[in-house]
Design a binder for this molecule. Structure first.
Ligand SMILES: Nc1nc2c(ncn2[C@@H]2O[C@H](COP(=O)(O)OP(=O)(O)O)[C@@H](O)[C@H]2O)c(=O)[nH]1
Ligand SMILES: [Mg+2]
Length: 244
């Protein structure tokens, strides 16, 4: 059996977690040869998220620093210190379908990284505001133009990685620019990326991303990484995070 981490960044997502945790297809994954552990990376939730995670036998990891980017880097670091083989990440707000995890693993047999593509997949009516739809397309187009490696959905939150790929990523994002930086770091390291169409559903609970402010931060990240491909001070989660 190979060991899989399903990583869920979580900040006050009690309703989302209640919906998706039972949907993680552990038996099917086991039939496919994967022993799955679920890691909830908690950003300091004050609702019942942690209790629900414990109810479903998830490992709860307190993130270092603040923001989704810092949370992902905490999770990547723990993963690199573990004996796990691959990692699939998805948001815990109910927007991504855990039943699609096996499709990611199938692609990881051939690719380093797998990206879940919402824009070429199926976006449920009401799941993405018009502004977000436009912003996602714009940023995706800018990323492809700047980096010369086409991507179809820069800001998706559903990704799969082999361990060797995560070991190469160099990241210092704090917030929602983390996915854009994951893309730029994958390009810099010459990783083979597969894209698969996925479903995108309506969010359960309240959004934490502010469209315009976060869109601007993502854009700046794309420009900065085009000039300085690696963060100077931070390598995959170390640096400005106090890691134990
Ligand atoms: N650990 C942690 N998770 C976060 C933080 N901010 C957002 N998240 C999680 O990241 C995911 C994406 O956040 P969301 O508000 O849905 O942003 P969007 O999907 O980009 O609109 C959700 O599962 C959130 O709970 C944070 O500061 N720390
Ligand atoms: Mg969301």
């Amino acid at each position: 059996m190979k060991n899989l981490v399903v990583m869920l960044p979580t900040l006050d997502e009690e309703y989302g977690l209640r919906e998706i945790l039972p949907q993680i297809p552990k038996q099917k994954l086991s039939d496919l040869g994967w022993d799955a552990e679920v890691w909830v990376i908690d950003g300091g939730s004050s609702d019942l998220s942690i209790e629900i995670a414990a109810e479903y036998d998830c490992k709860v990891i307190k993130q270092a620093g603040y923001g989704k980017g810092a949370a992902m880097r905490t999770g990547f670091n723990k993963f690199l210190q573990s004996n796990m083989d691959a990692l699939v990440m998805l948001d815990s707000d109910g927007t991504y379908d855990p039943l699609e995890i096996p499709k990611f693993l199938a692609q990881l047999a051939e690719y380093d990284v797998v990206v879940g593509d919402r824009l070429r997949g199926n976006i449920e009516p009401g799941a993405m505001t018009r502004l977000n739809y436009f912003g996602n397309h714009m940023l995706t187009w800018i990323a492809s133009a700047l980096y010369g490696v086409s991507t179809n959905d820069l800001c998706t939150g559903y990704w799969g990685f082999n361990k060797s790929a995560i070991a190469k990523l160099k990241l210092n994002s704090m917030r929602f620019e983390i996915e854009a930086e994951m893309y730029t770091s994958c390009v810099k390291e010459g990783l083979e990326i597969a894209a698969i169409p996925i479903n995108y559903r309506s969010r359960i609970g309240e959004a934490k991303l502010g469209s315009v402010v976060d869109g601007w931060i993502i854009f700046k990240k794309l420009l900065v990484r085009r000039i300085f491909p690696n963060p100077v001070e931070v390598i995959t989660g170390k640096g400005n995070l106090d890691m134990d």
